[in-house]
Design a binder for this molecule. Structure first.
Ligand SMILES: Nc1ncnc2c1ncn2[C@@H]1O[C@H](COP(=O)(O)OP(=O)(O)O)[C@@H](O)[C@H]1O
Ligand SMILES: [Mg+2]
Length: 254
């Protein structure tokens, strides 16, 4: 059934197939509900938590739990269906900084370009499948590994033209790095510091309630909430580890 919906959707969709392809050439499962197109993903609680922690703050794609089904899956709204005015952050340097700060907080290791799409040159992100690992220490999170999403492969690059989904994915492939387009390194660095402070100040009660709303088993919810609170305190260390990878300038003091 899903394959049929996907084929129908592809015929009607203005987004080229290439923009929906994953790094390995595979395509996500797509469903259409009430005129809205969504990606269907396993591990619903993780995807929904990423969306609920971020939405309204950073440019993360909205997600919700599947209304039916034996195991919780998630519906993730396609980034290409957003307009610029829907996004909370409409500045390239700030959007990139906020995605990276959010990824450091939630231990979302996979910030590569196949987990991101650009709306009028501004990035949105999705895919929290490599985030929220309760037992992950900050140093283990920052380890190197075999794919482009590991922290030592995060990069920022000054992008001279409007950033596009496919151009960033090409760059990701060529450099084998999770490249983020920015326009002004010093401005980006300031936004990163500011977003780290902003995310570190999110109240524990709100984090716990948000985690509890995402369909985790009770024990898992407690472990994930504890991890998020601990990770807020570890953000300065995480930024230092990422700063080396990003070859990022230290923000000039205001
Ligand atoms: N919300 C979305 N908006 C736009 N494209 C998406 C979205 N979610 C997934 N995709 C596309 O589908 C691909 C696979 O989805 P993703 O969530 O990254 O799954 P996986 O966990 O298998 O990597 C992505 O690389 C991207 O091309
Ligand atoms: Mg992915």
């Amino acid at each position: 059934m899903v394959a049929g919906l996907r084929a129908r959707w592809r015929r009607r969709c203005r987004v080229g197939d290439g923009e929906l392809a994953n790094w390995d050439g595979g395509f996500p499962e797509i469903v259409e509900i009430g005129g809205e197109r969504w990606v269907l993903k396993d591990d619903g609680p993780r995807e929904v938590l990423g969306a609920r922690l971020g939405w309204g703050r950073v440019n993360v794609a909205a997600a919700d739990l599947m209304p039916h089904g034996s195991r919780p899956r998630a519906l993730v709204r396609l980034a290409e269906n957003y307009r610029l005015r829907d996004l909370p952050i409409r500045n390239l340097d700030e959007a990139a900084a906020a995605e990276l700060a959010f990824s450091l907080w939630t231990r979302r290791r996979d910030t590569h370009a196949f987990n991101r799409a650009y709306v009028d040159g501004i990035p949105m992100f999705f895919d929290h499948s490599a985030a929220f690992v309760p037992e992950d220490s900050v140093d283990h999170f920052a380890r190197d590994g075999p794919d482009n999403g590991y922290v030592p492969r995060w990069r920022v690059e000054v992008w001279g033209e409007a950033a596009t989904t496919l151009a960033l994915r090409d760059r990701n492939r060529v450099t084998e790095s999770a490249v983020h387009a920015i326009s002004e390194p010093a401005v980006f660095a300031k936004h990163l510091e500011r977003w780290v402070a902003e995310l570190a100040s999110i109240p524990t009660d709100w984090i716990r309630a948000t985690v509890a709303s995402c369909g985790f088993e009770v024990d898992d919810a407690e472990r994930v909430a504890a991890m998020l609170t601990r990770s807020q305190g570890e953000l300065p260390r995480a930024v230092e580890l990422a700063r080396t990878a990003l070859a990022m300038p230290v923000a000039a003091s205001a």
